[in-house]
Ligand binder design. Structure first.
Ligand SMILES: Nc1ncnc2c1ncn2[C@@H]1O[C@H](COP(=O)(O)OP(=O)(O)OP(=O)(O)O)[C@@H](O)[C@H]1O
Length: 670
C-alpha cells in the first residue's frame, strides 16, 4: 500500500504537470504568426490553434493515470499527452509513446524491466487511490486491479469514453500493430472492439503523424446513432481530424429513394457484379478498323488502323482506369502522327503534338474508339435493357440472376431513376472503374460482418494504399449478406494478407445477462462462444410478462422504475412499435430521445431505440420489448435470433425483458 507521503508526492507531481501544461499552452497562444505569405501564415495559425487545443487541460480527467519505474532507474508517468517542463524534461509521457507499452503489458511473468507499476485512481481530477505492483518480485501474487474494476463497473452516462487508463494487454497488442498491417478483430459483444479500433486510430496518428495526417484516417460505422455514440472518443484523445462516416453515407453518391427485394440486393452485393461492371465498362472500346486521317496545313497525315490497334491495346492493358486512359489517347494518336512527320524530315516539337492531339479529327477519332462512359447512364442501361445486361453478364450470372436484376418498370432516363442502396454500391464500383478512388492512409471499419462483398470492395478501395482495422462479430451479422468468414471478407476488401485475431474477455455485459443471451448462440451462430465476462457485478435479469393488451402500460411502468436508477436507459423495441411506445412514454410524462439510423441523442437519460439501430450501442439499463416480435421482423429465423442477440447484449448493469407473447424457444428456459 502506498503511504500518505507517497500520495502527497504524487499529488504534487500532478499539480506541477498541470502548471507546466498551462505554461505550454500559454506559450503556444503567445506565438506570433509571422510569415510573408498569407497562405502559409494561415496554415501556421491553424497548426498553432490545433496545438493550443490539444494542450487544453480538462480538470475532470486524469492528466496521467500510471507510472512505471524501470530497472534502469528511469521513471515515467503515463498520461494523455506529453507534458514537459521548461527545460524540456518530460513530466508526463503520451500513452502512445513506445515506453508506455511497458505500462500496459508488463506482468509478473514478463516484467519487461518494470520494477514498479503504479495505477492512479481519480475522483473529479484529484488522485484518490494508488495501486502498486512490484513486477520483479516473483513472490508477489497477481492482484486484480480495483481501478480497472471501478472503471468497468461505473454506470454509463452519455456517449462512449476513451479507455486509455485501462487498456488491457491483449487490446494494447492490437492497438499497436504496425501501420502497414491490416488487422481484423473478431469479438463477442462488449469485448472492446470499437474501443480498440478507435485507440488504434489515435496510436497510428501519433506514431505516423506526418504520413497519416496527410492521407487521412476514416472511421466507418453502421449508422449515425452509432457515430454519435463513439464520436467523442478520438477528440478527447486529441485527435480532432479523423473523419467518421456511416457505411451507407460512404457510397451515397446519389440519394437512396428505393427499396428492393432482399434477393435482388443480395445479388447486387455479390462480388461477381464487379466482373459484370468491369466488362460493361471496357466493352465500350471499339477496335479501330479505319485509318485516322489528320489534315494539317497542305498535308493529310494518315495512320492506318493496324498501327493504332497496339496503341489502344497498350493503354487498355495497363493498370489504368477507363477514363484516365481515355484522356491519354489523343496524345498517343498525335504521337503516331508526329512519328510520321519526323519520318518525312519534319521537326515537330511538343506544341505540335499538343495541337494535333487537340485537333477536331483526332478528338473525334479518339472518341469513336474510346467513348465517354457515364456511370449512372451505364447502370440505368444495364438494369433496364436485357440485351445490354446479357452482354456484360454472360458466363458470370445465370439467366435467372440476370432476370432478377432487371427493373420491372425502368425509368425512361438515368436522371429519373430512384436508386436503391445496393445500386449505390454498383455506382461506386463503376466510379472506380472510370477513375481511381483516392486512398486514405487508414480505415477503421466497425461492424464489418454486415457488409456485402461489394460494400467491402468500396471500403477496400478507400484504403488501397493504406491498411485497415476491421472489427466485428460474426454472431451479430444481421444482413442477408453478412459474412461467414473473415478470410473471405478480407479478400473482398483487397487485404487477403490481413491478420485475424480474437478478443474474448467481455467488459460490458454482466454474467447473468450474457448467459441469458448466449442461449441463442447454438442456433444463431454455431461454433461461436459468448464473451467471458470480467465484470464483478453479476448484473440483473428481469423477465416481465405483460397482459396482451397492456404492453405499453407495462413498458412505461418499467421505464419509470429504471429511470430512477443512476445511468442511461435504453428502451429497445421492435421498429414497428417506435411511434406507439414513444407516444406512451410521452403521455406518462417520461422525457426521452428517439434514436434512428440517421440521428443519435446525447441529451436524454432515456432513449427509445428501434431494434435495428441498437448495434454497437450500450446503456446502463436496457429494456427489450417483445423479443418474439423483434425476431419475427427479420427475413429469416437465423437473422431474427442474431438481431435478438445484438439487442440483449447492450446492457451494462441490468436487462429487463417485457413480453406478452411467449419468448422465443431458445430463451424460454432462461
Ligand atoms: N480495457 C478496458 N477498460 C475499460 N473499459 C473497457 C475496456 N475495454 C472495453 N471497455 C468498455 O467495454 C464496453 C464495450 O466496449 P466496445 O463497445 O468497444 O465493445 P465491442 O466489442 O465493440 O461491442 P459490440 O460488439 O457490442 O459492438 C465499453 O463501455 C468500453 O468502454
Amino acid at each position: 500500500m502506498p503511504t500518505h507521503e507517497e500520495l502527497t508526492e504524487e499529488r504534487t507531481h500532478l499539480a506541477t504537470a498541470r502548471a507546466e501544461l498551462a505554461r505550454m499552452r500559454e506559450r503556444t497562444l503567445a506565438l506570433d504568426v509571422q510569415s510573408g505569405n498569407a497562405v502559409s501564415a494561415e496554415a501556421l495559425a491553424e497548426t498553432l490553434w490545433r496545438r493550443a487545443r490539444s494542450l487544453e487541460d480538462d480538470p475532470t480527467t486524469a492528466l496521467f493515470f500510471g507510472r512505471v519505474d524501470l530497472d534502469t532507474d528511469e521513471r515515467w508517468y503515463i498520461g494523455r499527452r506529453h507534458v514537459t517542463d521548461d527545460t524540456g524534461d518530460p513530466l508526463v509521457i503520451d500513452w502512445r509513446a513506445p515506453v508506455s507499452t511497458t505500462f500496459y503489458r508488463a506482468s509478473h511473468a514478463d516484467p519487461l524491466g518494470v520494477r514498479l507499476r503504479r495505477r492512479f485512481g481519480y475522483d473529479h481530477g484529484r488522485i484518490t487511490a494508488m495501486e502498486d505492483e512490484h513486477l520483479l518480485d516473483a513472490a508477489e501474487p497477481d492482484a486484480k486491479s480495483q481501478i480497472l474494476a471501478t472503471e468497468i463497473e461505473r454506470p454509463r452516462v452519455g456517449p462512449m469514453r476513451d479507455i486509455v487508463a485501462t487498456i488491457q494487454p491483449e487490446q494494447d497488442a492490437l492497438v499497436r500493430v504496425d501501420a502497414t498491417t491490416t488487422v481484423c478483430i473478431q469479438g463477442a459483444p462488449g469485448t472492446g472492439k470499437t474501443a480498440v479500433g478507435l485507440h488504434r486510430a489515435a496510436w497510428l496518428l501519433y506514431a505516423f503523424r506526418e504520413r497519416l495526417s496527410r492521407s487521412g484516417v476514416l472511421v466507418i460505422g453502421p449508422n449515425e446513432a452509432f457515430l454519435e455514440h463513439i464520436g467523442a472518443v478520438l477528440p478527447t484523445l486529441g485527435e480532432v481530424e479523423v473523419k467518421h462516416t456511416s457505411i451507407e453515407a460512404l457510397t451515397a453518391s446519389v440519394p437512396v429513394r428505393a427499396t428492393e427485394a432482399t434477393e435482388v440486393a443480395r445479388l447486387k452485393g455479390d462480388a461477381r457484379m464487379a466482373q459484370v461492371l468491369h466488362r460493361a465498362v471496357w466493352s465500350h472500346l471499339v477496335p479501330p478498323d479505319e485509318a485516322m486521317v489528320v489534315p494539317r496545313g497542305s498535308r493529310r497525315w494518315r495512320v492506318p488502323a493496324y498501327d493504332i490497334a497496339p496503341l489502344v491495346d497498350g493503354l487498355a492493358g495497363r493498370e489504368i482506369r477507363y477514363d484516365a486512359a481515355r484522356q491519354l489517347l489523343p496524345q498517343r494518336l498525335a504521337h503516331a502522327v508526329l512519328v510520321r512527320m519526323e519520318a518525312l524530315g519534319e521537326y515537330p516539337d511538343d506544341r505540335v503534338q499538343d495541337a494535333v492531339a487537340r485537333s477536331a479529327p483526332v478528338k473525334a477519332y479518339a472518341a469513336s474508339l474510346w467513348p465517354k462512359v457515364d456511370a449512372r447512364r451505364l447502370l440505368h442501361r444495364l438494369l433496364s435493357d436485357a440485351d445490354a445486361l446479357a452482354a456484360a453478364a454472360e458466363g458470370i450470372l445465370t439467366p435467372e440472376e440476370q432476370q432478377l436484376l432487371l427493373w420491372e418498370k425502368p425509368s425512361r432516363t438515368a436522371g429519373s431513376v430512384k436508386w436503391s442502396l445496393a445500386d449505390t454500391w454498383l455506382l461506386d464500383e463503376l466510379g472506380d472503374l472510370l477513375n481511381r478512388t483516392p486512398s486514405l492512409g487508414h480505415v477503421v471499419l466497425d461492424e464489418a460482418q454486415d457488409l456485402s462483398p461489394m460494400q467491402l470492395r468500396a471500403v477496400g478501395r478507400r484504403c488501397s494504399t493504406g491498411a485497415a482495422t476491421v472489427l466485428g462479430d460474426i454472431a451479430q451479422g444481421t444482413t442477408p449478406w453478412s459474412t461467414a468468414s473473415w478470410e473471405e471478407s478480407l479478400r473482398h476488401l483487397g487485404k487477403p494478407e490481413g491478420v485475424v485475431s480474437e478478443l474474448r474477455r467481455g467488459f460490458r455485459v454482466p454474467a447473468s445477462v450474457i448467459e441469458f443471451a448466449a442461449q441463442l448462440l447454438p442456433e444463431a451462430a454455431p461454433g461461436l462462444a459468448a464473451p467471458q465476462s470480467v465484470r464483478d457485478n453479476p448484473g440483473q435479469l428481469d423477465l416481465v410478462e405483460a397482459a396482451p393488451g397492456d404492453l405499453a402500460g407495462t413498458l412505461v411502468a418499467q421505464v419509470d422504475r429504471l429511470r430512477g436508477l443512476e445511468g442511461s436507459v435504453g428502451v429497445i423495441v421492435p421498429d414497428a412499435r417506435v411511434a406507439e411506445m414513444s407516444a406512451a412514454l410521452a403521455k406518462a410524462g417520461i422525457e426521452h430521445g428517439t434514436l434512428g439510423a440517421t440521428h443519435g441523442d446525447v441529451d436524454h437519460q432515456v432513449d427509445l431505440v428501434p431494434a435495428t439501430v441498437a448495434k454497437g450501442l450500450e446503456f446502463d439499463h436496457v429494456l427489450v420489448l417483445e423479443p418474439a416480435e423483434i425476431a419475427a421482423a427479420e427475413p429469416d429465423v437465423r437473422t431474427g435470433l442474431r438481431r435478438l442477440y445484438v439487442v440483449l447484449t447492450r446492457a451494462v448493469s441490468d436487462l429487463t425483458v417485457v413480453h406478452a407473447r411467449p419468448l422465443p424457444e431458445a430463451l424460454a428456459g432462461g
